[in-house]
Design a protein around this ligand. Structure first.
Ligand code: F6P
Length: 320
């Protein structure tokens, strides 16, 4: 393989830049050329290509966001859009592609591999941690740490006023950000899309914690269930404790990547290039039981994310 393309797609995630750097430098190490494709699949269709050199990725390992910028591209779901994307690759002599993104981006990568025969490697880059085949996605650790920083501050003021804080984190279908930030911040309750909301149970847990001597409560709500504002309003109708909503929002998608995300980025990027160098495409890379793995893209995309109920029970047991 002589020339590869690289794009970031979907919601950005801290660590994407570190992965871009790892891909570019690894490819150059193996004597391959790299073209960065700006604005994800949209840029692929519009042929926005930039040659990437060793120095194009200097000083970005520590930066949040993505230097290549990103987009959510609905046209990639159409045959017309897919053909445009493939024609850009052919026209520019690009014989392999690395896609850094989440579930939706991987579906585009799968089509390019499966239908059009473009050797493609997916690197999981999303704060959601919603891909079943990998234990962690790039950006999740940093996003959770950002949520923790905010929840720690909320705990200070909630305790002073003996209030309940309802904190909304991202996660439309996957409760992992709520689960991990809930456990790590000592939240009493998490509300996730995978488990039906039981307001009576929530109230009794709050009352029990107060009877046990707690002066505040943190409830972490995943956005897929409802907004913090709506949840706080419903809760305020059934409790005499004062409730305050906070939505963390896009703050959790930015910022300098954590050590864990930079390490994943280095290893994922390097592994993706090694596969392409060996002529292997149609794979995704990930981490499982602390080992860097790769898997067939069709299989990976078809796996349904499972919620970790054991961790949920752990939170229930230790948060009172
Ligand atoms: O997929 C990442 C994510 O941050 C989700 O957690 C969130 O629901 C969504 O993107 C928000 O998308 P946008 O930035 O397009 O509003």
């Amino acid at each position: 393989m002589k020339r590869i393309g690289l794009l970031t797609s979907g919601g950005d995630a801290p660590g994407m830049n570190a992965a871009i750097r790892a891909v570019v430098r690894s490819a150059i190490y193996f004597g391959m050329e790299v073209y960065g494709i700006e604005r994800g699949y949209a840029g692929l269709m519009e042929e926005i290509l930039v040659p990437m050199e060793m120095r194009s990725v200097s000083n970005i390992v520590q930066c949040g966001g993505t230097k290549l910028r990103t987009a959510r591209c609905l046209e990639m779901l159409t045959e017309e859009g897919q053909k445009k994307a493939v024609s850009t690759l052919e026209k520019n002599g690009i014989d392999g592609l690395v896609v850094i993104g989440g579930d939706g981006s991987f579906r585009g990568a799968k089509v390019l591999s499966e239908i059009y025969g473009v050797p493609t490697i997916g690197i999981p880059g999303t704060i959601d941690n919603d891909l079943e085949y990998t234990d962690y996605t790039l950006g999740f650790d940093t996003a959770v740490n950002t949520c923790l920083d905010i929840i720690n501050k909320l705990r200070d003021t909630m305790t002073s006023h003996e209030r309940i804080s309802v904190v909304e984190v991202m996660g439309r279908h996957c409760g992992d950000i709520a689960l991990y930030s809930g456990i790590a911040s000592g939240a009493e309750i998490i509300v996730v899309p995978e488990i039906k909301v039981d307001m009576d149970d929530i109230i009794s847990r709050i009352n029990r914690s107060r009877a046990n001597g707690k002066h505040s409560n943190i409830i972490v709500v995943a956005e897929g269930v409802m907004s913090a504002e709506k949840f706080a309003k419903q809760l305020q109708e059934v409790t005499t404790y004062s409730v305050r909503p906070t939505c963390i929002g896009h703050v959790q998608r930015g910022g300098s990547p954590s050590m864990a995300d930079r390490m994943l980025a280095a290893q994922f990027g390097n592994k993706a290039v090694r596969l392409l160098k060996d002529g292997i495409g149609n794979r995704v890379v990930g981490i499982s039981q602390n080992k860097i793995i790769d898997m067939d893209i069709i299989e990976a995309v078809s796996m349904k994310k499972k919620f970790n109920f054991e961790l949920y029970e752990t939170l229930q047991m230790i948060s009172m």
